[in-house]
Design a binder for this molecule. Structure first.
Ligand code: SF4
Ligand code: SF4
Length: 249
């Protein structure tokens, strides 16, 4: 005969919302999960794949993700509430039982929730896990919380231009700064394939997937040449690093 606890557990469903969209070399979520419920595999730039049947809701992956883009959802059969666990890296921490604002990925207020659990995971560089009970209907959009000190019904939109963008990294793989692109275009090198040879922009691990569009739009802005006249750098296979043995060598 099943105990009340076992019956309750059967009615409970856990799953993750993983908002990982950039194909960057990253896999702490896979490493953190001892049950094999998250797979990045090879190459390491693949997006994580989640196997809900293997997940026990431990939330280790939520704390381990450096991008803070994994959220755990616990649902109970027949309930119109869910408990969502968010990674949280601000101080002061909210208290258990405190009412917090639930916000979406743009900081828009979706409603309120009640803090049910707070777990300080020293093992994960101090990322704290805050579990909040909230209405199920807002669960799919909920991405973070605002505590008493941060409450804001309508977030202020930052509209002013950033003054100094010279140190902005256009290409993160090869660490190419906007100021370097500017210097190169001032030398008259304005075709995208040539710019690539001079600066190494787009020649890193992502092969221009992350920075290609940005590089072209900045090049167009700096040179005054229309986008469709700049050319598009060729991507040569393999587009991702592979081992020599995979080529049969
Ligand atoms: S919540 Fe736990 S079991 Fe589920 S995927 Fe994350 S680390 Fe694995
Ligand atoms: S740890 Fe986070 S950012 Fe990295 S692959 Fe996993 S979900 Fe994506």
């Amino acid at each position: 005969m099943k105990t009340e606890k076992e019956k309750k557990r059967e009615k409970r469903k856990c799953y993750l919302i993983i908002e990982c969209q950039e194909e960057i070399p990253c896999n702490p979520c896979e490493e953190a999960c001892t049950r094999g419920a998250i797979e990045v595999g090879r190459p390491i730039t693949r997006l994580p794949c989640f196997y809900p049947d293997r997940c026990n809701g431990c939330a280790k992956c939520v704390a381990a993700c450096p991008g803070l883009c994994i959220y755990l959802v616990e649902e109970e059969e027949g309930s119109d509430k869910v408990i969502m666990t968010f990674p949280y890296e601000f101080l002061p921490l909210p208290g258990k039982g405190e009412s917090v604002d639930i916000v979406d990925s743009n900081g828009r207020n979706l409603g309120q929730g009640i803090v049910k659990r707070i777990k300080n995971t020293n093992a994960e560089n101090g990322t704290v896990l805050i579990s909040v009970e909230l209405n199920k209907e807002i669960g799919s959009k909920a991405r973070s919380i605002l505590t008493n000190g941060e409450r804001s019904a309508e977030p202020e939109l930052v509209t002013e231009e950033i003054e100094d963008t010279a140190d902005f990294q256009v290409c993160r793989c090869e660490e190419v700064l906007l100021s370097e692109l500017q210097t190169i275009t001032e030398l008259g090198i304005i075709l995208a394939p040539n710019l690539r040879r001079f600066s190494r922009v787009g020649l890193g691990l992502c092969q221009g997937k992350a920075c290609g569009e940005l590089m072209l739009s900045e090049l167009s802005r700096l040179s005054g040449v229309a986008l469709d006249e700049l050319g598009y750098p060729k991507a040569r296979p393999p587009v991702r690093p592979i081992k020599l043995r995979e080529l049969g060598c």
